[in-house]
Design a protein. Sequence first.
Length: 345
Amino acid sequence: MVTVGASIRSVRALLVVVLTVVTVSACFVTPIEQDRHSPGAHLRNGPQTATLDGNDVTPVADDPGSALPVTVDSVRYGPVTVTDTSRIIAVDVSGTLGSIVFALGMGSRAVGRDTSTAFPSAVGLPVVTNRGHSLNAESVLALAPTVLLVSESTVPVTAVDQIRDSGVTVVVFPATRDLASNNTLMRSVAKTLGVPEAGEKLVERTDTQIEAARDLVPHPSGDPTMAFLYIRGRNLLLLAGPGSGADDLIAELGGRDAGEAAQLTGAFTAITAEAMITADPDVLIVMTQGADTVGGPAGVLTLPGIADTEAGRNRRVVQMDESKILAFGPDVGLVLSALAKAIYT
């Protein structure tokens, strides 16, 4: 998995940006200008790995049953009536829909998964997407699903249409992954599956976990500048900005987003060594798989410009699995808690 969110809030959209960046180069990046400030004494020094307490999805109920039929709005197809949820496949690039299905207690009805839905209770299911997250219509139809849940960023669209034309009920959800839309998405999936009460329980639990994460952030936090970097090798370094999803996480973590402070207009923008030095973040947040492409956290610290930042001088690199960090959904509170514990003393 290599991308993120809906003007790049999904990892699929980030792939489009990556290809664009490779084509036009990084020359459009404006050097970042911001005042140096003191982040306070709360930050941990040295590389950290943020891990969730438990790596599986915990359901709010044991298969609550479905109150069907139900008519819901589908982003691409308009009103859709769901009559059978006995065989479910949920597909999106961040694995969010699959995690919601399992968190609602409907995991026993899942018959297939995408490559990003890789937590222990789902990993044994047949995979219906390739490593590039493209949906394979034949793989889906071979599993005889009664309902397919996809994101509007699921590709190819022709495969989604083929599955729908074959008679499978297809519901398309928005691709946006952020805190503002998170509860709406979980409620929408719950309604689609005929389990609205389980959806309310899931929203309540998620909100409680988000509040618990906020309690882990020092008050005042010291307003540290945090840079979320997307890395794929030494020649591809993108800084997250508004609309990336990372900006939401950083705000909840008591930081200021380096991309927003730099007045970036794109969710992910190529950044030069000079611009990184000018940004001078106090903390770097990266995906573990991205860090691995340059030799792990130690390799991140050798990337151009990073050694000359506060984060570099104090070796403050926080890594987290890419299947979790920008997925939001039912785990977002746990993600925030894990990051807060890794960032602050």
